[in-house]
Write a protein that binds this ligand. Structure first.
Ligand SMILES: C[S@@+](CC[C@H](N)C(=O)[O-])C[C@H]1O[C@@H](n2cnc3c(N)ncnc32)[C@H](O)[C@@H]1O
Length: 219
């Protein structure tokens, strides 16, 4: 992982940093997303292996996944989040990395979890998001994503920029198969736009796509 920022993302560094410094973070749920918490409790989230959480913010989801048993790498470009997230995650065997998530180049992850990171980046950067996931995720691994704001008209801009499960699928590419997609039953009430949940699996090299031991293929 290069702990530096691409030219394009540098444009966004100051606003994100300022937003956290001023505690102007309306996207923050104050805990793990309720749908994620419910899915963890219901056994629908892998409990073993390595998870990547790009654009982790205050790290609530990353910490929930780490408590669930996953070895978590949480990424964010805001340096101040290192203190907020790093020590707690390290106690659970995880790691906070500060830098451009789109340039992340570690591999061997079993799960990539996205909660309002995909919708936070400029749509023109989405192909780089897909490339990052293809570098990071092993074959047979899953992308689980809170899909938001699913019904926001695209011409309203962002962030958050309109996102559909298919938008994510388009940049993941043909190597991925959608396992499930539907409304999030446990939503964040104050959010104006629809929240959905999508699960994609990276096909096995052999052509199959059965998940590895300990990795639930449910949604
Ligand atoms: C809308 S917030 C979501 C934070 C967190 N996932 C949550 O749901 O509370 C988007 C996050 O992505 C981070 N971010 C934006 N662009 C980034 C990039 N290129 N690399 C790493 N982090 C980035 C921001 O700093 C911010 O924490």
């Amino acid at each position: 992982m290069r702990e530096s920022f691409s030219h394009k993302n540098r444009v966004f560094l100051m606003p994100w940093t300022t937003r956290y410094r001023e505690r102007d973070t309306p996207w923050d749920v104050g805990g793990p997303h309720p749908e994620l918490a419910w899915r963890i409790g219901a056994g629908l989230i892998p409990a073993q292996g390595r998870a990547l959480v790009p654009g982790c913010g205050f790290g609530h989801d990353a910490l929930a996944l780490a408590r669930h048993g996953l070895e978590v790498v949480a990424l964010d470009m805001v340096e101040a989040l290192r203190e907020e997230v790093g020590p707690a995650l390290a106690e659970l065997g995880g790691r906070f990395v500060c830098g451009d998530a789109l340039a992340f180049d570690e591999n061997g992850f079993d799960l990539v979890f996205d909660h309002t990171f995909f919708c936070a980046i400029e749509p023109e950067l989405r192909p780089a998001y897909g490339a990052m996931v293809r570098r990071a995720l092993r074959h047979g691994g899953q992308v689980q994503s809170l899909v938001f704001p699913a019904d926001k008209p695209a011409d309203q801009g962002g962030p958050p920029f309109r996102m559909s499960a298919q938008d994510l699928g388009d940049v993941l590419g043909p190597d991925f198969r959608m396992l499930s997609e539907g409304l999030a039953e446990h939503r964040v009430e104050r959010r104006d736009w629809q929240e959905r949940w999508a699960i994609w699996v990276r096909k096995e090299r052999s052509g199959g796509d059965s998940p590895r031991k300990g990795v639930a293929a449910s949604g």
